[in-house]
Ligand binder design. Structure first.
Ligand code: ADE
Length: 854
């Protein structure tokens, strides 16, 4: 992208420099105003006083007495008074500006008209005149306003004189500026036979050089004119871009009939010895009227006194198809010369040139690509002619600009490179981790395969490790474990592969189902859906009760308050009338009293996938029945919005509940028990979670998102594992989004879940260890709160590498050794060495009993 811009910039730049002066753009102030012209280069025929000397004749300057004013005595000899500027080198001058003496209101002198004289060598002076021969230029009407005048034709000069044409009764003062650009051709004069007259279709076509400023008799000598005025003729030589001129005005032309040699000889003199690369000759080619570009150019070079014998010869290709006027470029082969003599051979009856330009050394003009329309007063594509850029510095300016841009680009490239490099490093380290993992685990696998005839049969026979349930295709690509190459998973033969082809991956935030939610939904489907291949035994659910789950009349629900918001939609606290009929087995309901329930509603704009997942969750939840698992009471599925009605837990989620409490100091008598909680109560709560998990594990359910945020607290510190997905929005910070795919509770996840995408009872045990830690720290901080998500994942790598570099959650302040070692056993690297929920539950139960005894 950047390089493309750079390229475009260079193209623009190369378009903005060209080998021929463009009068439309060559209109830069040459330095009277900007100070580039030194005081010593400004002189005058006379001065009225020291304070009105020539150096005060700078346009827009008020120094001295505010302008140059000639000696009054000299008034009468007005033609002789002048203000002279030495530009030091040849310049192409297109515009002049004049101003009178204002001197902050003290002066009132100005030149109503003036003439211009110029010289290239300081010896031969030429009076400028316009195309009609007029020499006097209208000047100022007041002492302060700047009056600009286009020089038509422009002049090529080193010395320029402003000569006020004064009314003898008026004192004259002037401030001036010249506008143009440096004349890089270095051409001082060309000599050529005088242009001729042609009669064409009853028209007199004058092909002479009307603005030639040298001597004109038989031939033109020592001057410059139309061939160097920067504008070229039209395709039709009888027409001109200049308004009101005669046919043939743009061209200097000759007829073959007048030149027995068959060629026209021109001599070009230059300011110094130059190294010539090319000459461009703008030729008419109206061959249908007997006019063609030259047939051959033979050029001789002179750097000292004599013409060199070895000429350069060039034959352009004859063009009989195109009548457009064109530049013909003659390569001059880097010949050194201060003069060039070229013989242009006729290829037809007439030969007409409108412009000749020379390129030597590195000289190029900074000018636009659009040629100026000559003679039209409004044609100033260069914009404001008083702009302050000095053309002689243009190349330096461009150089500086290019350098600055190059530096900026370099900086951008370095920054981008650093970013790319960082990303590559990150990727490499992850890949290294993966490679190491693959190597390590394939070694394990081989050893394992040695001992067991089949991994899959082994996987099926062990209770804590092998049960792997599906990740929904919506939130994690089943073929891709989180950080592992697919072939690894395939050979391990433990995970669920192949997504159902008719369930497209779902990447939007809204579409990504919650981790655990999708999990529970998929457990049942995994074994039945033909779209999945799975290495898992069917889930031995309790006898189907879902068929018995009845539709609850939604009009009997009275909204009370919003409890939360999750993946599927909102959860509301409602009063349900007549719910007792739906809870037949529950003895404790008071007949006909409305009861409080939690109603989870599916968003109206839910996609088909989400709706299906919601229904699947209903089917699964309807089969779960345990005192420590939230109970689904009824559903509203016959009409939209779909609802599931669960029991209501008065004290909300365990995370919030505990973070509102402080640990009760065992030594002291506590006054305010509402905000404190005893250690033994914490253990009671943890025991209940273990009990609920023991139930799920008995069904081979893998929860995948066990955490305090997913446990609900009822009265009397009752805990139920609940909501398989409601907490994501509330506890956004606990989840880590893998680009557009799953949202993962990485701080609760086992290393193999993160690195291999493997979810088992053993990974639920890991999460239980973290949940126990949360409980005993009263959820005062997030697990590994001092680590960033990336660092948590790096730590997972350390668990895998097993070089004792892994970081564990610290021991909670209130946690006795026995509980701490139970907690730590949940984080054993080898999943098989982690305790079962059965064991955890009984250990905690025993601990609770011990505490109750004390
Ligand atoms: N879901 C969110 N909050 C709940 C609560 N207090 N009881 C039951 N389910 C819920």
């Amino acid at each position: 992208m950047i390089w493309m811009r750079w390229h475009i910039f260079l193209v623009i730049l190369s378009g903005a420099v060209r080998s021929q002066v463009n009068p439309g753009v060559c209109r830069y102030p040459l330095g009277m105003t900007g100070g580039k012209i030194q005081d010593e280069d400004i002189s005058a025929s006379s001065q009225w006083s020291e304070s009105t000397a020539a150096r005060y004749g700078r346009l827009d300057f008020d120094d001295g007495d505010g302008a140059w004013c000639p000696d009054v005595v000299a008034e009468a000899k007005s033609l002789k008074e002048f203000l002279q500027i030495d530009l030091r080198t040849l310049h192409f001058v297109t515009l002049v500006g004049t101003q009178g003496r204002h001197a902050d209101g003290m002066g009132n002198e100005f030149a109503q008209s003036y003439r211009i004289k110029y010289s290239r060598d300081g010896v031969r002076w030429v009076s400028w005149h316009d195309r009609n021969g007029g020499q006097v230029i209208d000047g100022n009407k007041n002492p302060y306003e700047v009056v600009l005048k286009d020089l038509e034709p422009p002049i090529i000069a080193r010395f320029v004189r402003f000569m006020p044409v004064s009314d003898p009764s008026m004192t004259v003062c002037m401030r001036v500026e010249l506008y143009g650009c440096e004349w890089l051709d270095g051409l001082v004069s060309y000599s050529a036979p005088v242009g001729q007259e042609m009669t064409f279709q009853n028209l007199h076509v004058y092909l002479n050089d009307t603005v030639y400023d040298g001597t004109v008799d038989h031939s033109m000598t020592e001057g410059l004119g139309q061939l160097t005025d920067g504008s070229w003729g039209l395709d039709n030589f009888t027409q001109s871009q200049v308004y009101g001129v005669w046919p043939g005005y743009d061209y200097v032309g000759w007829t073959n009939a007048s030149f027995p040699s068959g060629s026209v000889e021109m001599v070009f003199e230059f300011d110094r010895v130059r190294n010539f690369t090319s000459m461009k000759v703008h030729c008419n080619n109206m061959y249908t009227s007997g006019v063609r570009a030259f047939q051959q150019a033979v050029c001789y070079f002179r750097s000292e006194s004599d013409w060199e014998a070895r000429p350069v010869s060039f034959k352009p290709e004859a063009d009989n198809t195109n009548t457009s006027a064109r530049f013909v470029t003659v390569a001059l082969g880097h010949r050194m010369a201060s003069a060039i003599k070229c013989r242009f051979a006729f290829s037809d009856a007439w030969m007409m040139f409108s412009e000749i330009a020379f390129q030597s050394g590195t000289a190029v003009y900074n000018t636009s690509l659009i040629p100026r329309k000559r003679g039209h007063p409004s044609a100033h594509p260069g914009g404001d002619p008083t702009h302050k850029i000095d053309d002689s510095n243009t190349r330096i300016l461009i150089g500086c600009l290019v350098a600055i841009i190059a530096i900026l680009l370099a900086i951008i490239v370095i920054i981008l490179w650093r970013q790319v490099w960082q990303k590559m490093l990150e990727k490499t380290s992850r890949r290294m981790l993966d490679d190491e993992l693959t190597a390590r685990l394939s070694a394990h696998r081989e050893a394992f395969a040695h001992r067991h005839s089949s991994i899959s049969s082994d996987a099926e026979s062990t209770s804590t490790y092998e049960r792997v349930f599906l990740l929904g295709s919506d939130y994690q690509e089943p073929t891709q474990p989180l950080r592992k190459a697919p072939e690894f998973q395939a050979t391990e033969n433990l995970a669920v592969i192949d997504a159902s082809p008719d369930e497209p991956p779902n990447n939007s935030t809204e579409e990504v189902p919650h981790y655990a939610e999708a999990d529970i939904v998929n457990q049942q489907e995994a074994v039945s859906s033909p779209g999945y291949s799975v290495t898992a035994v069917p889930v031995p659910l309790p006898p189907g009760r879902d068929g018995a789950l009845e539709e609850f009349p939604r009009e009997k629900l009275t909204f009370k308050e919003k409890l939360g918001e999750g993946q599927f939609g909102e959860v509301h606290l409602c009063e349900a009338n007549g719910m007792q009929d739906f809870m037949k087995e529950d003895e404790d309901g008071v007949e006909n009293e409305p009861i409080l329930v939690a109603v989870k509603t599916l968003r109206e704009d839910a996609t088909k996938n989400t709706r299906n997942d919601f229904l699947k969750e209903i089917r699964i939840m309807s089969r779960l029945r345990d005192p420590n698992i939230i109970r689904l009471l009824a559903v509203c599925v016959e009409s939209d919005p779909l609802c599931m009605i669960t029991e209501y837990m008065e004290n909300g989620d365990l995370n919030k509940f505990l973070s509102r409490h402080k640990l009760q100091d065992s030594g002291e008598e506590q006054k305010d028990t509402s905000s404190t909680i005893s250690y033994s109560t914490l253990i009671r709560m943890a025991t209940q979670i273990a009990s609920g998990m023991k139930y799920l594990s008995s069904l081979n359910f893998v929860h995948r998102d066990l955490a305090t945020r997913n446990c609900l607290v009822g009265t009397n510190y009752t805990i139920k594992i609940a909501d398989f997905g409601m907490s994501r929005n509330l506890y956004r910070g606990d989840y880590y989004r893998i680009q557009g795919r799953a949202v993962l509770p990485i701080r609760w996840m086992s290393w193999e879940s993160i690195l291999l995408g493997k979810f088992t009872m053993a990974s639920d045990v890991w999460a239980f260890g973290v949940t126990l830690w949360e409980t005993l720290t009263l959820c005062k901080e997030q697990p590994y709160s001092q680590l960033s998500d990336d660092q948590v994942i790096e730590n997972t790598g350390e668990f895998f590498r097993d070089q004792n570099k892994q970081v564990y959650l610290p021991r909670p302040a209130c946690c006795p050794d026995a509980v701490h070692s139970l907690m730590q056993s949940c984080w054993r690297r080898n999943a098989k060495e982690r305790p079962s929920f059965q064991h955890i539950h009984s250990t905690l139960l025993q601990h609770q009993a011990d505490l109750d005894m004390d």
